[in-house]
Design a protein around this ligand. Sequence first.
Ligand code: AMP
Ligand code: GLY
Length: 427
Amino acid sequence: MNILLLGSGGREHALAWKISQSSHCARLFIAPGNAGTSACGENVPIAVNDIPAIGEFCLRESIAMVVVGPEEPLVLGIQDYFAADERLARIRLIGPSAEGAKLEGSKDYAKSFMMRHRIPTAAYQSFTTKTLAEGIDFLDTLRPPYVLKADGLAAGKGVVILEDLAAAKEELSSMLVQRKFGAASSRVVIEEFLSGIELSVFVLTDGKDYKILPEAKDYKRIGDGDKGPNTGGMGAVSPVPFADADFMKKVEEQIVRPTVNGLRSDCIVYHGWIFIGLMNVDGEPKVIEYNVRMGDPETEVVIPRITSDLVSLLQATADGTLAQAPLTVDPRSAVTVMLVSGGYPDAYEKGKSILGLDASTDSLLFHAGTARAADHSVISAGGRVLAVTSYGTTIAEARNKSYASISHICYDKMNFRKDIGLDLMKD
Ligand code: AMP
Ligand code: GLY
């Protein structure tokens, strides 16, 4: 079948790499893709949020499956758009309806979903401009640190954690009254601070059954030792040693199963990925957030560990036959290290020539922010530039391979964390 993948990051290169290996894939198109995805299929210059143009392309190229990488088209209702058009409705679209995408698009919606289905999460209340005074009173009842979240999508920046009560009250007013995050902060969720270790859990669901994919740990801060500002993610490791069988059994029973059953009982159309960001609080899993897509850079370690055919799994996800679909996983560890532009996550320069891309055969190189210059050479085109993934029988072996491969790659002002996986190494 012909497949269209939407997106342009490291996540999409990893998905394109895996999809293109499937015997079920005839032609793969990536919209808009990057310099790396063009080695797995054909890049097409369509923006991920141009839903009518995506629909027309699907008809023109006889697309049988659309795999949605980022959340934006889902929040905009791409699934509903395809379902409402009889020519497009036969196409398998991997991703939830707009209603399902609210699990990521609105923190307040996600919180009430969790409450309704008794899924463990931090205690919370939400406030609007009208209830600012109640919000300030609520902060008085809490102990620090204070966690304030813009309700809507705020490009990953909408969560503010503060130690000081006065600063928290000021932040609440700045979010609600001054609309610090625009319309996204017209509602603010204030929640209990959860202390523990974070884990990213990935699920595929067809709306009634589910498969739990390999879990991963993400490294969000720019600097070694988790210092400095938050980024999109500087590296990832899978599997995660603390996510042992006992812990994952709790995750499945207390979180994954009630989530999928909740989607069904709420009549939410959902054939796609669920990314559960959770905290291990003294051995008990609690949900921090839902995303309706795969994580980035987690995908760059999760997808390489899946040994079964991804297109078959996605087909079963769309068709409602996931219970019968085989999922097999490589027992080895995978470690990815993100190479970023100097200055990221603040201002950075693009257009730097990248050298050494072919020098290492020991790692998988997934392009994130890359493009081709007029002479076809690869140049940087974003904050996160390349994800370098390696396998190893231990985390130590996998991370050593990634760092050895990185030593062959260079571009002006290249930056990366040196400590990916170090905290997880007992082996
Ligand atoms: P989110 O955008 O919801 O993933 O939040 C961004 C980051 O803030 C998370 O990855 C956590 O590190 C942190 N965070 C969010 N909610 C909480 C919480 N209730 N307690 C502690 N940390 C949190
Ligand atoms: N790595 C976290 C995310 O994709 O949101």
